[in-house]
Design a protein. Sequence first.
Length: 94
Amino acid sequence: MGLTDLSAVELVLVAASLFFALLVRGMSGFGATLIATPLLAFLVPLHVAVSVISGLMWVSFGMLAFRDRRHILWREIRYLLLPTLVGVAAGLYL
């Protein structure tokens, strides 16, 4: 079961859940995933909910990074990149 198998009412509930989660993110700067994932899990299987919200967050963060690219402190990113990649590799391995 995926998003294409939902009725019109269920799609409206999915859209409302995502709107509410992104509204919270807009007000606080974080938390969309923490709110959207459990709400979507009521309507679709968990692996679909996680995939949908992860894809939306990648697009959202990509757009923000592109918009604010002149304000990014690239020197600090360089120091954080290696430990981040080590952590991602460890997380994927475990």
